[in-house]
Design a protein around this ligand. Sequence first.
Ligand SMILES: [Fe+2]
Length: 242
Amino acid sequence: MITRDDFWTIADDARLETEYVADEKLHYLQNASLETLQSICLQYRYFTKDFPDNLGVLVSKLPYGKMKSLIAKILAEELGEGNDKHTHLRLFDDFLLSISISEDVFESSINQENVTLLNEIKQLTLNESPAYAIGLCGMGGECLCQIYLANMHKNLIKNPYIKDNKKSIDWEFWNFHVGDADVIHRQLVREAINEVADADPSCVSDLAAGYQKAKHNWDTFWSNVYRASVPKLQETISVSKI
Ligand SMILES: [Fe+2]
């Protein structure tokens, strides 16, 4: 049986590895054309859109406690805490508009491989155990996607188009998702997970399985996006790094 400490060792290793992979994978954003940037950012939109619904399902599955409250709080933030102009989807769409993507393509541009991936996440969140769903979207979404987001931001701001248009770009989404809030969130997630693991040590294996699935999903998502958006560059980068 996996213990709580084993789980944190697995999670910390996965985090480190994700940091390395994200760093390798997203570097090309620095020199990507506007068209490539647009198509990559557009794909991320669909994850932002599905995330609150998965969190809602997760809240409904959890017993009363720190984790249920925390996920509900994260969900409320995703939904703009009562202000629909502040939903994270709206903030991301404002960013997309500000890099000259037309609203007409917002709903119709999803990559088919990502449809499959998103449906799988939805189904697993619904059907697997609460601990698996925490690992999959309670901390997978919060902690692992954060690494990709931070990396995306780090590389985006070095891109010539983004630099030239810095003043007219809507940065609100990024202000929310990159920075100190991430560290605080991670600490809160860690405390809540410890409470779940201590209440029922047998659920730790499911937690780890969900988390590993989340890691795999994020890596796959970025590989799908990369393959679809940067076909010409693909030949110059070995498959193992994608
Ligand atoms: Fe968010």
